[in-house]
Design a protein around this ligand. Structure first.
Ligand SMILES: [Zn+2]
Length: 884
């Protein structure tokens, strides 16, 4: 074996040469799964050079020529002395016999071949039916180089003219721009030329071929919007189409800047690595997140479709018209789009309470991750493709969105919109950085946006605010320090000086003024004393109204006690009830407050009727479940307690759909039903089995919102026979949503043989690459047995999994799903040792985060399990002796 090879340090491409236009000719072969390509790149020479370095990966270069056009118009070829493909940094390096003069117009022509693979990146194939394939591109972040040699960094914007030639003229062929011309060839082939794009970066280029139907609409300013669906399913594109058309209008008004392309296509893909991608004018989606069937789809899918369409349409401005300068600023487009998708959907569907859902779905997961030692700052230095792939995470998306929300609330909508328009106008068709956005918002608002916001983007984590009454009782003492969940023994705050202070926009609501803030400051120093507006020594005082601030609050016991009546009588606003519970859960996780107190706090939420509040309660209950999972006696009492908690709300709502059910009622019904299944509620399980039998024999259908949890009931009670039925249901349907309903239920069995079958099925060809995690996670998250089997299965198949996924979100989420549920220090050490000997380069940070979470849970158990157990057993005894 050779010695470890020296990898030279990472370098971004030189700007001596700048691509201006690309003419791209592609000939995909959908029977051999290969493609041949020819690209002509016109370059301008900014600095004289005799070297050309551009990106290319997994391509075979067959011919390469360089021509220079002199000012006189004369064209001559420049000799290429040598060229080579470098695998380590995915480049093609060309040495010329002569230097290219400054200002010259250069044409680089390359003929090459590539493969249509199954990796879901670059130019890859999609399975559309038995032995029927299409092909599509997914280029973000560094996939374009797998499809054609190019300057594959976001700051190299250029114009692209795409031509595609295929043997089958019946295929639907799409790209970012409308068709310019179409020529039928001999023997049934076709060559399609697309209109040139405006200036765009490589990662936003896209083309697609396959069999699709479409449904279309035209906006008042004559943008043609189409949703492409699998053949025979165009009606299922209607909802996405409606949202897309409305979102285009909403953003045009919000930004004061029109959409710039003549058309916008949204296409549902059978194989897709992420949720969706914003390629300018050709937006690609995982099929399950674009199709909505009013008869058979769940309320949750409807929401997902609305949100993800609103997200990708927002990128047409924020990301496409103005592009990030480098991937360090990824959060700028992703955090922003994640925030504004809620703004847009809340505007379109105000009855869905979307900003409240934001707190549980977006803000809280970011806070949970960001208090780990292994979190990272929003603006993070990244170089190679694996590092870039790994930052498409909750920090870039969810934390990014959360701090934009905080900023929006701080400077106000008018200033915010004025600043946004200035930013988009100033950088249109160009690139920008985080600082450019702050500058525009600062000019518009007159507030020190850059100084305040850089404290949130440039370092990891967030503050814990400790609030207590001063002796006089009419003053509030407010102190900030970095919240580190692993440092519970020192009050959950870091003593490290490197973690300096944040500039925190703070406001205050009280019992007398629950909706309107009575104070607004920016807390810059370590502490502040706030004079209280009224001298009511019983009023609750909320330092994070609407849960808008990206921080947690630790109230003194005296202040905490004041919230309790307002939780019970529900006079505390919904968002504040949620925020309070989430903060308390994390404080408990850190060891700052005991778990028994958290359980008692959750009990105060039992009479609540709001879906979003229940959603937060269920999340806290699940976190507690991790504490008891390995102690059967404790788990038994905990299940008893959960049934006591959830049953009244389920009874009030009822399991059968009512004619006046709202969207939110449907979400709540599914949430409560799942909770009772997990709590092993006998009545729920028996009823579920009965309904499943009726569903199976066609006498009564289960509504989509309840399918997964009903499947789970039947599987728990009837084992193999139901397992086989579920596999058959997944096989017989062509709906990705319906397959997903099965995947989510498969891990619900408590039989090791069935769990093992579920794992093997999850990695079999019957399950698409993007769906394996759903199956594995369903097994690993529900029981000690499941997580042990899943981990053994993962280890046995690690090299196959590594080969399948390489890097990216599918891999990191899969690894987290398999490892995070563990709960002892020995298990953490074993996971660590395994990944040391089996490294996954694109998942290093995720692995560290998972191990850290396991260790935290282990400490939590050591600290609190005994007292929780005593409390729960006692609770069960008391309840059992209380007459119903
Ligand atoms: Zn996005």
């Amino acid at each position: 074996m050779s010695a470890v090879s020296e990898v030279p340090p990472f370098e971004r491409l030189s700007r001596d040469l700048l691509p201006v236009t690309y003419h791209l000719h592609l000939k995909p072969d959908l029977s051999e799964f290969t493609f041949s390509g020819r690209v002509q790149i016109h370059l301008s020479v900014a600095q004289s050079t005799s070297h050309i370095t551009l990106h290319a990966a997994h391509l075979t270069v067959q011919r390469l020529q360089v021509h220079v056009r002199a000012a006189t118009g004369e064209v001559r070829e420049v000799e290429c002395v040598r060229w080579a493909l470098r695998a380590h940094n995915e480049t093609l390096v060309i040495n010329l016999a002569q230097a290219l003069p400054v200002g010259a117009q250069v044409e680089l022509s390359i003929e090459y071949k590539g493969e249509l693979n199954d990796t879901l990146r670059g130019f890859y194939r999609t399975a559309q039916g038995p032995a029927q394939y299409g092909a599509v591109c997914h280029f973000e972040a560094t996939g374009a180089r797998h499809a054609f040699p190019c300057w594959d960094e976001p700051s190299f914007r250029a114009q692209f003219q795409v031509n595609i030639q295929v043997a089958d003229a019946s295929l639907v062929i799409l790209s970012n721009m409308p068709e310019q011309s179409r020529e039928l060839g001999p023997e049934g082939g076709v060559r399609v030329a697309f209109q040139p794009t405006p200036s765009i970066p490589t990662y936003l280029l896209c083309w697609s071929l396959g069999q699709y139907d479409f449904i279309e609409d035209v906006t008042p300013d004559e943008v043609t919007v189409r949703v492409y669906t699998p053949v025979g399913k165009k009606e299922e594109g209607a909802f996405a189409l409606e949202v897309a058309v409305k979102a285009l209008r909403y953003y045009k008004e919000f930004f004061g800047v029109p959409y710039r392309l003549p058309k916008m296509d949204l296409i549902a893909l059978s194989d897709f690595a992420i949720g969706a991608m914003e390629n300018w004018g050709l937006l690609t989606f995982r099929e399950r997140l674009l199709l909505y069937d009013a008869q058979t789809s769940s309320a949750m899918i409807k929401q997902y479709v609305a949100l993800i369409v609103a997200h990708e349409v927002a990128h047409q401005w924020f990301g496409n018209l103005v592009t990030i300068e480098w991937w360090t600023h990824l959060w700028l487009k992703e955090g922003y789009a994640t925030w504004i998708e809620f703004l847009c959907v809340d505007h379109l569907f105000p009855e869905w309470n979307f900003w409240t859902q934001f707190i549980t779905d977006t803000l809280n997961p970011a806070l949970e991750l960001d208090c780990l030692d292994n979190s990272h700052p929003i603006e993070v230095k990244v170089e190679n493709p694996a590092q870039i792939d790994e930052i498409f995470d909750l920090i870039s998306y969810n934390k990014g969105a959360s701090i934009i929300r905080m900023l929006f609330n701080w400077i106000g909508e008018t200033n915010f919109r004025r600043g946004m328009k200035a930013y988009l106008d100033r950088h249109a068709y160009g690139n920008a950085t985080t600082e450019d956005l702050w500058k525009a918002l600062e000019e518009a608002s007159g507030s020190p946006v850059g100084t305040v916001m850089s404290t949130w983007t440039q370092k990891k984590g967030y503050p814990l605010i400790r609030a207590s009454l001063c002796e006089s009782k009419n003053e509030l003492s407010v102190k900030q320090a970095p919240f580190c969940i692993g440092k519970g023994s020192s009050g959950g705050v870091s003593d490290q000086k490197e973690c300096s202070l944040w500039e925190i926009p703070l406001s205050l609501t009280t019992k007398m003024s629950p909706q309107h803030s009575t104070m607004s400051i920016v807390l810059k120093g370590e502490s502040e004393v706030v004079f209280l507006p009224e001298n009511d020594n019983r009023s609750w005082l909320n330092l994070n109204p609407g849960k808008v601030g990206y921080f947690r609050v630790h109230y003194s016991p005296e202040l905490m006690k004041r919230f309790v009546p307002a939780i019970e009588d529900r006079s505390l606003p919904v968002q504040d009830r949620i925020g309070l519970l989430q903060d308390y859960t994390d404080l408990c996780h850190a060891g700052i407050v005991p778990s028994v107190e958290l359980i008692q706090l959750i009990e105060k939420y039992r009479d609540n009727e709001d879906f979003t509040v229940w959603d937060a309660v269920v999340a806290s209950v699940k976190a507690l479940q991790g504490l008891m999972q390995s102690d059967p006696e404790c788990l038994d009492s905990f299940n008893f307690w959960q049934r006591w908690l959830f049953q009244p709300a389920m009874k009030r709502l009822g399991l059968d759909a009512r004619s006046n059910d709202s969207h939110i009622d449907m979400l709540l019904r599914s949430l409560l039903h799942w909770s009772l299944v997990r709590a092993n509620d006998e009545e729920t399980l028996n009823d579920g089995l009965e309904r499943f039998e009726a569903h199976r024999n066609g006498s009564a259908l289960i509504p989509a919102d309840l399918k997964s949890s009903m499947y789970a009931c039947a599987l728990r009670l009837k084992g193999q026979e139901v397992f086989d039925s579920l596999i058959q249901i997944a096989k017989d349907t062509d709906s990705h949503e319906a397959k997903g309903e099965v995947y989510n239920a498969l891990g619900q069995s408590q039989d090791s043989n069935l769990l093992q079958q579920a794992l093997e099925y999850g990695l079999s060809p019957a399950v698409r690459l993007q769906d394996t995690r759903s199956v594995l996670s369903s097994v690993s998250s529900e029981s000690v047995l499941g997580r042990n089997l899943c981990w053994s299965f993962f280890k046995a198949n690690a090299s196959e999994i590594g080969k399948r996924y390489k890097t990216g979100g599918l891999l990191t989420r899969l690894i987290k799903a398999v490892t995070c549920p563990f709960s002892t220090l020995e298990e953490a050490a074993e996971i660590e040792a395994f990944f040391e000997s089996h490294p996954f380069p694109g998942a290093q940070r995720s692995i560290k985060q998972a191990i850290e979470s396991v260790r935290l849970r282990a400490h939590w158990i050591q600290r609190d399990l005994e007292s929780v157990k005593t409390y729960l057993i006692d609770f069960q005894t008391k309840q059992a002796s209380t007459p119903a």
